[in-house]
Design a protein around this ligand. Sequence first.
Ligand SMILES: [Zn+2]
Length: 498
Amino acid sequence: MNKKSPYAVVAPHILPEPKKCALKKDSFALLADFSLETVLPFPLGTASLQSLFPFREKGGLPFVVEKWEESPSPEGYSLEIGEEKIVLKAASERALLHACRTLKQLRNGTTLPCGTIEDYPSVPLRGFHANLASCRQFEGEETRDLLKKMGKFKLNAFLLEYNARFPFSSHPLIPTCNAFSREDVASFERICRENCIEIIPLVQCLGHNAHIRRLEEYAKYFEPDCPDGTKSAQLCPLSEEAFSLFKALTEEILEAHPGGRYLHLGGDEARSLGMCPKCASFAEKHGTGALYIDYINKCAAFAKSMGRTPIIWDDMLSRHPELIDKADRDLVIMVWDYWTTMDPSPLTVFRPAGKGIVLDRRIAENDFAALEEPERLIARTFGRAEDLEELSNANEGSRLFRKYLGKEFPLRCTAFPFVDLYLEKGFSVLGAPTALGNTVDDIYGLPNFMRFRKNIYAFAQKCKKYALPGMITTAWFDFAPELLETGMICTANDLWTK
Ligand SMILES: [Zn+2]
């Protein structure tokens, strides 16, 4: 037997990086005809961990699989790779799959480096999102490819937004010419199951429904068109028919993707509240905010009746903090922010004052000299120079928000301060940075990857610091799907490591 180790120079890099990893450079396990697909039943499907004990590679090294009882996480696994024996311990089926992913990255032909690995993630829910309506280059094959790669890097959730690309049979006019086939949908479900990835369907309950409004048959469910003639993309929150439509579309998607814990209701950027006569009269009596929050609570009750925990985007509640106390406490708030890249941050999203991305005017007056890249480019491209002291006194919501902006305010603000606000109010919070959101700060014709890299990292750090249940990185724009892969790997690594 040739004992010369193929790892003599350098051990492979494993992504996401294991918590504890001690690999020897001069010793390796030689496996007869080694391939993980034959060692373990791939895909795992319904195979239980128990059914794998004891296991021995056919005609080769003893390959022992055991349950890791004392694992610090349900996704924890450990590997002891010796020249005579390999012991794999896993806390669950998902953990077993993670161990196999690691073995695949370690493998060099029919050899593995000897050593030990003890590994588990830092954040429980680690996800990636794709708005398949706007990311049109995701056809069936590209979507399947993304899901397999998410599995490879140990992500465990896919926030799936179909819009008009779902092959609705209850409303057959809605699917667009680029809608997926039933076979595509079934394949997404199957690949996610095989890779232990939880699907979280996102169905817009209120705004962002232009894909339905494009059909005149559905105009009656929508708020009136804008004065400039633009069609409203927002369902009427007081229309029972609109609510029934939302429910019917959701039920079809949940039927295709059963078994998940969550339903994302969208609920972001609802800018046409109180426009139709019925809504206007309701808003006059109870306030515009009540239109929004009553409807969201109704949708949350529907989600719960379907056995799902409801999720909403945070921007409407962030803009109107007075609504927070009226929101159903079972709502999970998903805080999205694509511009914060460090903590504390020179930029903050000042939604309570209706201002968007702002930074203190003193930084801007000095031509952003106090900033380095990429913050300088982000500030130049997106930041509105404001007197933040003044802004934090603009209204009651701003004063409430000010409390969470940290000691270095106004020149620097605590990163993702809304997270602190929602946690204090008793909500469960998920983070949402971006791998491809808003591309006006392109560099040499390609998206500003450094913004996305630092945004994902900063949000992951916040998740770990506050022990949030999870983070899902978003993707919105119609670039080649391959451009998203690095953001996906960053997400996987940042949420796994310490
Ligand atoms: Zn209305």
